[in-house]
Design a protein around this ligand. Structure first.
Ligand code: ASP
Length: 586
């Protein structure tokens, strides 16, 4: 027998009991008369004591190295100096027998809560990193959240159905990962960017309520904290309106926030896309703090300050307490908005001093009356700082949105354990793409237009709003979905608007349009990003902390070293020939 108890289990009540424990050696401390060994497993740490009266055993213990796997037999006894910080801190094991089950090489970094290992090193030895308590706690938390999701949805009547991974392209706006077929030379499967078409077909199949916690694959240029494979809570429902879907998933998120954080966040605010862009400069606003955008375009149109007067949009935000910013700090923010990632040309600032006077970078052009009006619009009060940007409307609002978020980050206004979920609705159905000179579906091509906008499809497609919604939490889009098209004629028209020829549409999506001919029910759904949801609920920024074996920022698994070349033999079987630039040849 390897163990009678775990290393986190024994308490004062167990004193006197004979026990067997197994685990990893965290630390060996030789105090002369006694040698202590901390034995660790997933459940905790128990102190083992080896004393001088058993000299051979003590010598054996002194030779143990970090991360050796051992098994001990002994008796629980009361500790002389107790450790109130440890749940097992009242007791120790008086060891009678010690067996090394497996020695360990010296680990490349400390297996402790605070480690000295850098990110790359820990990724390479992820299995050692996973031995650390914070990583284990994150994986355990993920498991608990996942289970709660499954239980909640199952209780609501959802049926869990697995959909295939070897499919053909589903357009979700990224590139497909493809898998060459050996049996069908020259043909490829695509890995699903999401199970979108399958879940819709399940609705045609009468499953009524579907859920799946499922891997999705998207070959995108990697942005910070994106993973090429990630997990979604994917759902679809039949005979539902938008409100039915929102109510159901508001219920799920509220249940989770209540279960894990004791919060009741309902009802979630709802905001249209247009409103979110105007007030926050983003379609995923963090509404835990103010600093909303205020537009002053009409106030500056006829003034002498050309930069503002010539701009489509001028707007700003009020930074609470910002009147005390130094000149250097403000210059720092000017530099920040000029970074290529933000792309503003400059920044106009106005200090609203605590005594009610104003001081600004545009004192030559504007006076107190102007500043008072601007303060009214941005909500600035004495003691605040107003910051303004101008330029094309959409772009400038986005820049202000970024500035707002960064200010809040640095001012500590984004508190990890404060949660503010909301819904964003009424997205545009289509987005014009300058490069290709075509429309793109903003969500995906299966999204239905709002019924009241359907008539605009022929005359003014850019103005059509989608029956789509995003779930936003603390400035992150954690989910998105829509009511779907369930009529063949409308789906055909949609593909046409997106620039598909009827042949292309039939080749790629004929199966779906065919299904719509056989009594497809009205349906809609949503997918929620599990990695991000868990990370946010765990109070952390990075999703990688909650994935057991994540890829790094260049999409590599540095532990197993993937992606990797395959053999000539494999290539031949797959009928593939590589055509690589010289410097990329294996
Ligand atoms: N398939 C969509 C996505 O992955 C979600 C949905 O529309 O249900 O974003």
């Amino acid at each position: 027998m390897y163990r009678t108890h775990t290393c986190g289990e024994l308490r004062a009540e167990d004193i006197g009991k004979p026990v067997v424990l197994s685990g990893w050696v965290q630390r060996v401390r030789d105090l002369g008369a006694v040698t202590f060994v901390d034995l660790r497993d997933r459940y905790g740490i128990t102190q083992l004591a080896f004393s001088k009266d058993k000299p051979e055993l003590m010598e054996q213990a002194k030779k143990l190295g970090r991360e050796y796997v051992v098994r001990v037999e002994g008796k629980v006894r009361e500790r002389e100096s107790k450790n109130p910080k440890l749940p097992t801190g009242d007791i120790e094991i008086d060891v009678d027998r010690l067996e090394v089950l497996n020695p360990s090489a010296l680990p490349p970094f400390l297996i402790e809560d605070q480690t000295d290992g850098g990110e790359e090193l820990r990724a390479k030895y992820r299995y050692l990193d996973i031995r650390r308590r914070p990583v284990q706690q994150n994986l355990i938390f993920r498991s608990r959240v996942t289970q709660a999701v499954r239980n909640y949805l199952t209780d609501q009547g959802f049926i869990e159905v697995e959909t295939p991974y070897l499919i053909k392209s589903t357009p979700e706006g990224a590139r497909d990962f493809v898998v060459p077929s050996r049996l069908h030379p020259g043909q490829f499967y695509a890995l699903p960017q999401s199970p979108q078409t399958f879940k819709q077909l399940l609705m045609v199949g009468g499953m009524d309520k579907y859920m799946q916690i499922v891997k999705c694959f998207r070959d995108e240029d990697l942005r910070a904290d994106r993973q090429p494979e990630f997990t979604q809570i994917d759902c679809e429902m039949s005979f539902v309106t938008r409100d039915d879907v929102l109510r159901t998933f508001e219920g799920l998120i509220a249940h989770l926030l209540h279960k894990f954080h004791g919060i009741e966040p309902r009802p979630f605010p709802r905001m249209t896309y247009d409103e979110a862009m105007a007030r926050y400069g983003t379609d995923k606003p963090d509404i835990r703090f103010g600093m909303e955008l205020g537009e002053i375009t009409p106030f500056v149109k006829d003034k002498d300050f050309k930069v503002f007067a010539a701009s489509e949009y001028t707007g700003g935000i009020a930074v609470p307490g910002g009147a005390s910013f130094s000149r250097k700090q403000i210059d720092g923010w000017t530099e920040w908005v000029k970074r290529p990632q933000v792309g503003a040309k400059g920044l106009v600032w106005v200090k609203y001093n605590p005594d009610g006077t104003f001081k600004s970078s545009v004192d030559k052009f504007f006076g107190e009356e102007d500043f008072r009006a601007w303060a009214e619009i941005t909500g600035a009060r004495p003691g605040d700082l107003m910051l303004f940007l101008s330029g094309p409307k959409d772009q400038t609002r986005k820049q202000l949105g970024m500035l707002r978020l960064e200010l809040a980050n640095r001012m500590g206004l984004r508190k990890p354990f404060e949660f503010a979920p909301l819904w964003i609705t009424d997205f545009p159905l289509l987005e014009w793409d300058e490069e290709t000179g075509r429309y793109h579906a903003m969500h995906h091509p299966f999204t239905a237009p709002l019924p009241e906008d359907e008539h605009l499809l022929d005359t003014d497609p850019a103005r059509v709003r989608a029956n789509a919604y995003d779930l936003v939490l603390n400035g992150n889009e954690i989910g998105g979905g829509s009511i779907r098209i369930h009529r063949r004629d409308l789906q055909e028209k949609m593909f046409e608007l997106l620039g598909f020829t009827p042949e292309e549409a039939r080749r790629q999506f004929g199966f779906l349009m065919k299904a719509f001919e056989y009594g497809a029910p009205p349906h809609g759904g949503i997918a929620i990003g599990l990695d991000r949801l868990v990370a946010l609920m765990g109070g952390e920024e990075s999703i990688r902390d909650f994935i057991a074996f994540p890829k790094n920022t260049s999409g590599r698994d540095v532990m197993i070293d993937a992606p990797d070349y395959i053999s000539e033999e494999q290539l031949r079987e797959l009928h593939l020939k590589l055509d690589l630039p010289d410097d990329k040849n294996p």
